[in-house]
Design a protein around this ligand. Structure first.
Ligand SMILES: *Cc1c(COP(=O)(O)O)cnc(C)c1O
Length: 485
């Protein structure tokens, strides 16, 4: 029997933690320092690295420095979503202060599925949630849950809306009937008869949530938009009336505060009024636009969001946090609880803590990582004004891009940005030529743009939202675009 110490026992000694931590944090610092010069995209070494990283782990210990070096190289392949040139799918950059919070939270590894096991940490997360709810104008008592992203938050919002407006699903697939058509408890009634209303620009996570929640296909109604790509409230009202007349049960109206394709914000005030008149749940998808609520321009653009029954918001988009942080806010957390609560004998030792929620009862997850610190630490460390100013800067930069591209006679720039998404295409050229323009711009490896389709036509799409994108990179992007035209 050997007493020889393995280099890395499962529980590291304090000295080893400091040493490995130093190496890891130095790597982080080097990576961040290298971002301005790093390629915006790079696929040159994918094959070698994929073979290297997919090997099975050895029985014996490895070398920490070599292992994190492998990670560093693997992370360099693909699109550099943390860099200042990333102008594609809702970039965020990823605040390092939040990554440090994540290290602390994960190392502490406290249990926040219920409040009793970590009440002060749950209070920390709850403080961020109620602050956010206040910034959206929701009443005192509003709350919610921090999720992995808006898709998970949306699923819980749809399930809560269904529960609140159609009643809990019963064994026959129907639902407790609260005033629906006769026979509402049967297979053709109750929950099965629910309909929700979106537009073609609504994020597909709404339809996905409906599908996972078991809504029959076709019950997600696509309401036409007006010429400015916003939901046509009159058309929605007509569809809701027709559906009711057909024995269906309209239960959810979804407005978007910043659509993914074009960044367009629905007329939220109008939609909120319609939902209230109809007794429907008003959901606002602010996954992208939500952070701008901290700015005065954003508040003006999102006016009406305060009437929402539920709001989804992605701090990993417009609060610049690393991926994996979404928020669901609800006007009445009791409704969320009613739709998600459960229990088991093994939980009998737990009791509720006054004034604090058990997050395991508010969402899909029971055991969950403590996500509060990754919001709390950056907000308290940098201060709210730093976020407001950074978001104002992104609005200014998007305005600059719009002005400059609009002034180029070769380009067609169809819309003024509601927030920070600018669309453009070469005037008088087909989609193929515009696709080539995008490929050429991205081949610069200094910026990375995406595209979308509006009314059947291909548009290049430039979104300013990374905490690291400043005026310098935007001017460079404009030069690259112009010379590729
Ligand atoms: C990104 C996005 C989503 C989905 O959010 P995830 O965090 O990717 O799950 C939903 N709605 C809108 C408008 C989005 O932009």
């Amino acid at each position: 029997m050997t007493t020889q110490q393995e280099p890395f026992p499962l529980d590291l000694s304090p000295d080893t933690i400091v040493e490995l931590g130093r190496q890891a944090v130095e790597l982080v610092a080097r990576q961040v320092a290298g971002l301005p010069d790093a390629p915006a995209s790079d696929y040159r070494d994918v094959a070698r690295l994929s073979a290297l990283v997919s090997r099975a782990p050895a029985d014996g210990p490895g070398d920490f420095a070599a292992l994190i070096e492998t990670f560093r190289q693997a992370a360099e392949q693909g699109v550099n979503t943390a860099g200042p040139g990333y102008l594609a799918y809702f970039p965020a950059g990823g605040l390092v202060s939040s990554a440090l919070a994540e290290l602390l939270a994960q190392a502490a590894n406290r249990y926040t599925g219920v409040a009793q096991t970590a009440p002060a940490l749950v209070a920390m997360e709850e403080g961020v949630l109620s602050w956010l709810a206040g910034r959206f104008g929701l009443p005192a008592g509003a709350g919610g849950v921090v999720t992995t992203g808006a898709s998970a938050a949306t699923l819980s919002a749809v399930v809560a809306a269904r529960h609140a407006r159609l009643g809990p699903p019963s064994e026959d697939g129907g639902g407790a009937d609260g005033g629906g058509p006769p026979g509402g408890g049967g297979p053709s009634g109750g929950t099965m008869n629910g309909t929700m209303y979106v537009t073609e620009h609504t994020h597909y996570s709404l339809a996905k949530a409906a599908q996972i929640a078991g809504l029959p296909a076709g019950r997600v109604r696509v309401v036409p938009t007006t010429a400015d790509l916003r939901m046509d409230a009159g058309a929605a009202a007509a569809m809701i009336a027709a559906d009711r007349a057909a024995g269906l049960r309209p239960f959810l109206l979804a407005g978007t505060a910043g659509s993914t394709s074009t960044g367009t914000i629905d007329r939220l005030g109008e939609l909120g009024r319609l939902a209230r008149e109809q007794g429907m749940w008003f959901h606002v998808d602010a996954a992208y636009g939500g952070g701008f609520q901290l700015t005065s321009r954003g508040r003006a653009a999102l006016a009406g969001i305060e009437a929402a029954d539920s709001i989804t918001f992605d701090p990993h988009k417009s609060l610049f946090l690393p991926y994996g942080t979404g928020v669901l806010l609800v006007r009445d957390p009791a409704v969320l609880r009613a739709a998600h609560a459960g229990g088991g004998e093994y939980l009998q030792d737990l009791h509720e803590v006054d004034g604090l929620p058990d997050y395991g009862q508010l969402g899909v997850e029971l055991t969950r990582e403590f996500r509060g610190l990754r919001l709390w630490l950056p907000l308290h460390l940098h201060g709210v004004r730093a976020f407001e100013e950074a978001l104002d800067e992104k609005l200014d930069l998007a305005g600059l891009v719009h002005r400059e591209l609009s002034g180029d006679p070769r380009l067609e720039v169809p819309r003024e940005p509601d927030l920070t998404v600018v669309l453009f295409r070469l005037r008088g050229c087909g989609d193929e030529r515009n696709r080539r323009l995008l490929a050429e711009v991205n081949a610069s490896r200094r910026v990375y743009l995406s595209s979308t389709t509006i009314g059947g036509a291909f548009y290049l799409r430039l979104c300013v939202l990374s905490c690291r994108t400043g005026a310098g990179r935007i001017k460079e992007a404009l030069r690259i675009i112009r010379s590729a035209c």
